[in-house]
Design a protein around this ligand. Structure first.
Ligand code: NAD
Length: 267
């Protein structure tokens, strides 16, 4: 059997740290390698915590191509299949290759600001809203075609795997996590005599380029949030979203895991 090496990510709560210590003992007992710091040649990234910890691990790894798995120490987690009581069987199944790899597509958000632009990625979603909670005004373009002048609290652009997160809370559609597409969903859109904003989620294929252009006087007041992380940009000219240029790998042991999660969380 080939040797295996593991990267371990954990949040700092006491329970997660205690489980991290137990996990390291169990891996070392089986003569498996635990990297002191995460390495790109590891066989698995193990994230201990809840969905937020999983998201932070994915970001801090630089969207590593090493497969991810989550051990759940919080409430039910959409990215965290392994329960603490299942750690032994998880290690055994992993080293025997008894798992399925799922590719989770990432959203790219290119933010043009001042004289430059920067491309960032998200696993769940980008949220675009105003910094001071005033009405956000944005022009929405789909493949360079002007679709609407949005007015409302903001817009969420979500991946399929993020569709059960913030997107779900504002009435977005649930998209199966490995689907090749993404969606835009409005937060409190205004539809009145003065404003015409689309009230529904809009699901787009992965070939679509979606551009949000804040009205010029608002460029400084726009806040972009990627997977819960506030991004600090001034003078935003536009944000352009595309899907699927990059992905992460997440391994799953129970093929029905996704549907179990949906039922458990929402029904
Ligand atoms: P966190 O672990 O506290 O996550 C917040 C909540 O979102 C948890 O209940 C978590 O289980 C859930 N969640 C995260 N990703 C999910 C997914 N893909 N499917 C289903 N549920 C998911 O940590 P955090 O750092 O605050 O997490 C950031 C995420 O929180 C954001 O990406 C956003 O999706 C979510 N969020 C949700 C709301 C809302 O529902 N009103 C508001 C803000 C942020």
């Amino acid at each position: 059997m080939t040797p295996h090496a593991f990267n371990i990510y954990s949040n700092n709560n006491q329970r997660s740290l205690a489980i991290r210590a137990v996990l390291i003992d169990k891996l070392q007992y089986r003569a498996l390698q635990v990297n002191q710091d995460p390495r790109p040649d590891a066989d698995l990234n193990i994230c201990i915590g809840g969905d937020g910890s999983f998201l932070r691990a994915v970001h801090s790894s630089g969207f590593s191509q090493v497969p991810f798995v989550g051990i759940n120490t919080g409430h039910l987690g959409f990215y965290q299949e392994i329960l603490v009581s299942e750690i032994d069987s998880f290690i055994d199944q992993f080293i025997h290759g008894e798992y399925i790899n799922t590719e989770l597509g990432l959203l790219s958000g290119r933010i043009a600001h001042g004289d430059s632009s920067q491309e960032l990625f998200a696993l769940n979603e980008f949220v675009v809203r105003t910094q001071n909670s005033t009405i956000a005004h944005m022009e929405v373009y789909v493949d360079d075609y002007h679709l609407e002048n949005f007015a409302g609290d903001g817009l969420i652009v979500s991946t399929p795997s993020g569709s059960t997160a913030y997107n779900f809370s504002v009435g977005g559609s649930v998209l199966y996590q490995t689907m090749k597409g993404f969606q835009m969903v409005p937060i409190a859109p205004i539809n009145s005599r003065a404003y015409r904003s689309l009230l529904n989620p809009l699901v787009m294929p992965n070939t679509t380029k979606l551009r949000l252009v804040p009205t010029p006087r608002e460029g400084d007041n726009i806040l972009v949030i990627a997977d819960g992380i506030n991004l600090d940009f001034k003078e935003i000219e536009y944000i352009e979203f595309t899907f699927g240029k990059k992905h992460i790998n997440r391994i799953v042991f129970n093929p029905m895991w996704y549907w179990i999660n949906i039922k458990d969380k929402f029904l």
